[in-house]
Design a protein around this ligand. Structure first.
Ligand SMILES: [Cu+2]
Length: 146
């Protein structure tokens, strides 16, 4: 009986520091975390302030070509805002490059044909699909030239 009481007390005590860390504010981190490295680390991971880091990978491309073979878009390099995108359809059926965001872009490319259009200017990932074959999916990764 005495042993069980002790373990119950431990369960009640152990989580307390974690609860404190979870509600600690940025101001609290600055005051209390300076002396204790471990505490700073804990605060950094619990405050979800996004840090604007450039995405990894090669430099963005101002002009790219997407090929479509066997109902599949080729891999896409990272592109600059407004990059010139050429779409080459090697299949014997019509495809499209249609933005998941309605109205952003919706380009049709007939069997065996090539089209060119300008990518969006908004930085970020722009998923698209083929409206004739909904399982066909791709995306533009758009970022500024560094
Ligand atoms: Cu298609």
């Amino acid at each position: 009986m005495g042993f069980q009481d002790r373990s119950a007390r431990q369960e009640a005590v152990v989580p307390l520091p974690f609860r404190r860390a979870g509600v600690r504010s940025v101001f609290g981190c600055a005051l209390s975390g300076i002396a204790v490295l471990a505490l700073i680390t804990a605060c950094d991971s619990s405050d979800d302030t996004p840090i604007a880091l450039p995405p990894p990978g090669p430099a963005p491309n101002p002009a790219v070509t997407i090929t479509i073979d066997d109902l599949t878009y080729s891999d896409l390099p990272t592109i600059t805002p407004g990059a010139v995108v050429t779409v080459v359809n090697h299949d014997q059926v019509r495809h499209s490059v249609t933005s998941r965001r309605p109205g952003l872009f919706d380009k049709q490319v007939e069997a065996g044909q090539t089209i060119t259009f300008k990518a969006p200017v908004e930085i970020g990932s722009h998923p698209f699909y083929c409206r004739y074959h909904a399982f066909m999916e791709g995306w533009f990764s758009i970022r500024q030239r560094q």
